[in-house]
Write a new protein. Structure first.
Ligand code: GDP
Ligand code: MG
Length: 187
């Protein structure tokens, strides 16, 4: 007989809809280590000198909880404080706000970023995971921000809190980025 044109869709040829994607914006004042953390996450290496004005977005295919995630990281490079925030507020679905534990001023600057993000997410009626991240844990001797100060600021804004170092172990840094992706999926 005549072969009929087949109207049955072969499901296996349809690309996965909703392949997990997560856009993470790195925020925080200049010098807190956003680029060093981003590079560490992407390459497992610590780069000590990174162009402070370079803002870029990087993509990495990650496996988080046995599931593939296309993780994009925007390493922002504000001159002083949150300006032109739309570029990341409208793009990101997770935020990592970084300070340096050996620099009180960098910690105070986090409030501005946390306020900016929380005002935005209230406006769009959607929750996005925010992680407050104390960097330069290797500088313990010069610590100016106690762990409990970090914790209490994080709890005030309802965000997660970690302390790491971009120049120590890779796993702790990776864990923070993966946690952001995990939380973004949950929202
Ligand atoms: P950004 O302006 O937030 O992107 O900061 P950078 O990543 O450019 O880092 C600013 C400075 O801090 C550079 O001199 C880095 O080498 C240094 N730095 C970054 N992360 C760490 C860290 O975990 N420990 C130490 N000791 N220095 C760091
Ligand atoms: Mg930078």
């Amino acid at each position: 007989g005549k072969s009929r044109s087949c109207s049955v869709v072969n499901l296996s040829t349809i690309p996965d809809r909703g392949v997990n994607e997560c856009n993470i914006a790195m925020l925080g004042c200049r010098g807190s280590g956003k680029s060093a953390l981003t590079v560490k996450f992407l390459t497992k290496r610590f780069i000590s000198e990174y162009d402070p004005n370079l803002e870029d977005t990087y993509t990495s295919e990650e496996i988080v909880d046995q599931q593939p995630v296309l993780l994009k990281v925007m390493d922002t490079a504000d001159q002083d404080g949150p300006v032109n925030c739309e570029r990341y507020l409208n793009w990101a679905n997770a935020f990592i706000v970084v300070y340096s534990i050996d620099n009180r001023r960098s910690f105070e600057a986090c409030r501005l970023y946390l306020d900016t993000v929380s005002i935005h997410t209230k406006g769009v009626q959607q929750e996005y995971p925010v992680i407050l991240l104390g960097n330069k844990l290797d500088m313990e001797r010069y610590r100016q921000v106690s762990k409990s100060d970090g914790l209490s600021l994080a709890s005030k804004y309802g965000c997660l809190f970690y302390e790491v170092s971009a120049c120590l172990d890779f796993d702790s840094v990776q864990r923070v980025f993966h946690e952001a992706a995990r939380e973004a999926r949950r929202e």
